[in-house]
Design a protein around this ligand. Structure first.
Ligand SMILES: Nc1ncnc2c1ncn2[C@@H]1O[C@H](COP(=O)(O)OP(=O)(O)O)[C@@H](O)[C@H]1O
Ligand SMILES: [Mg+2]
Length: 291
């Protein structure tokens, strides 16, 4: 791309000109309950998207810092999302690189001061500014891992996001909680939020248990087919092993286990649903396999 064009696109994005420029896509998780696999999905999906070439930033908006706890105990002491919400300014110094150049993490930081000050009022502007900075920094995707429930900062993150991904544990209560969550999201949209549902992702599915499969079946019968992702994440002890090593599943073995590949499929599905796959150099010219 000619250098002048890069300059003008970035400058235009900064000024909010050409609103239809392909900017960063912000995807937040949402669920009423904790322990449904939100953080696990974010880490593994973030890794899969990065492996597929997207510049991906994973933001931990959960004050309990699930991402830090899963990946590295050290991130606890690092400044991050909540420090940015307090102070504003340049977010770049808070972003941690990973061993994959395309994958970066904004840890939750130290939430105490923010939570004590209770300054949720200007959080929407701060998160919008954060996403604008991510755009200028060249990120393609921002994944926001959230705390359970749709209140406080989680509510702000979801309202500000372009897309919401709903991890849903394959357990009987799901059949009641999913419609409630969807109604809340519909209310956010009626109040001006542009957030769209990327899909519902069944997690912790026990294929050997009829009760777990029944939930999956009931949800598929209850909702339009497009609401549920084709992939379902099985209950797999490998997640505990990966988390003990501070790794996404894909980095646990030289040859990634089958469950890790599900996140690759999920990433491909999300690329299609969000239009990411129509971007950039995705439409490559077809060279023949043999010359
Ligand atoms: N598919 C799964 N199979 C087995 N264990 C899982 C799975 N997903 C998550 N876990 C484990 O369950 C616990 C809660 O998951 P987590 O991702 O932290 O949930 P949340 O972020 O929704 O609170 C963690 O110990 C995690 O390692
Ligand atoms: Mg979590």
């Amino acid at each position: 791309m000619p250098i002048g064009l890069i300059w003008s696109e970035h400058f235009a994005a900064k000024l909010g000109i050409f609103a239809n420029l392909p900017g960063v896509i912000a995807l937040a998780t949402a669920s009423q309950k904790g322990g449904v696999g939100k953080t696990t999905v974010c880490i593994n999906l973030g890794h899969a998207l990065a492996r597929r070439g997207w510049n991906t930033l994973l933001i931990d908006t959960d004050p309990q810092g699930g991402i830090g706890l899963s990946l590295s105990r050290n991130t606890r002491k690092k400044r991050g999302f909540y420090d940015f919400l307090m102070a504003g300014g340049n977010v770049r110094p808070y972003i941690l690189p990973t061993r994959l150049p395309e994958f970066s993490i904004l840890p939750c930081g130290v939430p105490d001061a923010f939570l004590k000050a209770g300054r949720v009022d200007d959080a929407p502007q701060k998160i919008q500014d954060l996403l604008r900075q991510c755009d200028i920094l060249g990120y393609d995707v921002v994944l926001m891992d959230t705390a359970a429930g749709l209140t406080g900062i989680t509510e702000v993150a979801v309202r500000t996001a372009d897309w919401v991904l709903i991890p849903q544990q394959a357990e009987p209560l799901a059949v009641r909680s999913v419609p409630l969550l969807l109604e809340t999201l519909a209310r956010f949209r009626s109040e001006g939020s542009q957030v769209r549902v990327a899909g519902i992702l069944l997690t912790m599915l026990l294929a050997s248990h009829e009760a777990s499969l029944k939930v999956a079946r009931e949800l598929r019968e209850m909702l339009p087919a497009s609401f549920l992702f084709n992939q379902a994440i099985p209950r797999d002890p490998l997640f505990l092993e990966a988390s003990a090593h501070g790794l996404p599943l894909g980095l646990l073995r030289k040859n990634p286990p089958a469950t890790a590949l599900l996140f690759d499929q999920l990433a491909a599905d999300i690329e299609e649903r969000t239009g990411l796959n129509t971007r950039k150099d995705q439409l490559q010219s077809h060279a023949s396999l043999l010359d």
